[in-house]
Design a protein around this ligand. Structure first.
Ligand code: SF4
Ligand code: SF4
Length: 292
């Protein structure tokens, strides 16, 4: 389809080695997710904090948490054993930027060990105005931001609260701060050459009608692609009793939005400690190899 062609025709060579940004690369290049980000600074109603961050991860799978030195050892071990490891991603189990000191240190250690490895960060975007310049300074080319709405009324139904600069905000006020920072961060990163993927969790009856508006807005801000994802209701979350997003409706939405912006169709909603090719997770081979 045109989406797949567009992904693989894009001229940035770093994309051709990123299994999420390139449809073809998913079969050739492996990624390693390092679970170095345990905390989160917001509360999404679809999240159950016992499990991995739902904006990048499948519910029901807890991850061990690594410190930066343990993360370096995991990286070295995986690199020895897995061919074509091209990307190190930080995708939770909380938010990458709510654990910035850990994440930064991890990137620094791994870059010294392997200057050619690509990094990929996943964030809810709250702290992007604070850290986007540092992300660019570190040479990162891939950032994923989860944006579920542009409207604070809808946001108040999706987010319970936001912890920002020492205060907790609720409802519409929380959503307004979060959305403003997400959009500012996406524009800044895109303007500085970062390929921004925007994840959108499609929740029927809450933001589904609004998804095309989000896609067009982030396109106008310079985002590279969107990844419209299903809601997977997590036990213990406020959305526990919501229906899982219908996959036919989800794919119809992706097709509809494809005329506005490149869409991702091959997301596997990976664990925060995923290892290997997208379709062949090998994380269990590597967990508990780094003892505290
Ligand atoms: Fe949970 Fe991720 Fe939302 Fe944080 S950003 S509350 S970890 S789903
Ligand atoms: Fe790629 Fe989706 Fe897995 Fe993230 S969750 S690494 S975007 S396939």
């Amino acid at each position: 389809c045109s989406c797949k062609r567009n992904i693989d025709n894009n001229t940035d060579s770093s994309n051709s080695k990123h299994p999420c940004y390139s449809f073809d690369a998913q079969h050739k290049y492996a990624r390693l997710h390092l679970p170095v980000a345990p905390h989160c600074n917001i509360s999404c109603n679809y999240c159950n904090r016992k499990f991995d961050c739902l904006h990048e991860s499948r519910p029901g799978v807890t991850s061990e948490i690594l410190n930066p030195m343990e993360a370096l050892l995991r990286f070295q071990k995986v690199k020895e054993r897995i061919e074509n490891l091209s990307v190190v991603g930080i995708a939770g189990p909380g938010d990458a930027l709510a654990n910035w000191a850990n994440v930064r240190k991890t990137i620094d250690l791994i870059q010294k060990s392997d200057p050619d490895i690509l990094f990929c960060l996943s964030t809810n975007g709250l702290m992007l105005p604070e850290y986007a310049a540092e992300i660019i300074g570190l040479g990162l080319k891939h950032v994923t931001v989860t944006v579920n709405c542009l409207d604070q009324e809808i946001g108040a139904k999706i987010y319970e609260f936001v912890n920002y600069k020492g205060s907790r905000y609720w409802g519409k006020e929380a959503a307004q701060i979060l959305i403003g920072n997400q959009l500012e961060g996406i524009a800044y990163l895109s303007h500085h050459g970062v390929l921004v993927k925007v994840n959108i969790v499609m929740v029927e009856g809450i933001n589904d009608h609004h998804v095309p508006d989000i896609v067009r807005k982030v396109r106008d801000l310079g985002a590279f692609m969107t990844n419209i994802m299903p809601l997977i209701p997590a036990k213990g979350s406020s959305f526990e009793h919501y229906p899982e997003t219908n996959i036919i409706k989800l794919n119809e939405m992706r097709k509809k939005c494809q005329t506005d912006l490149l869409q991702m169709y091959h997301c596997r909603q990976c664990r925060a400690d995923a290892v290997g090719l997208l379709g062949n997770d090998r994380s269990l081979e590597f967990t508990e190899q780094v003892q505290k």
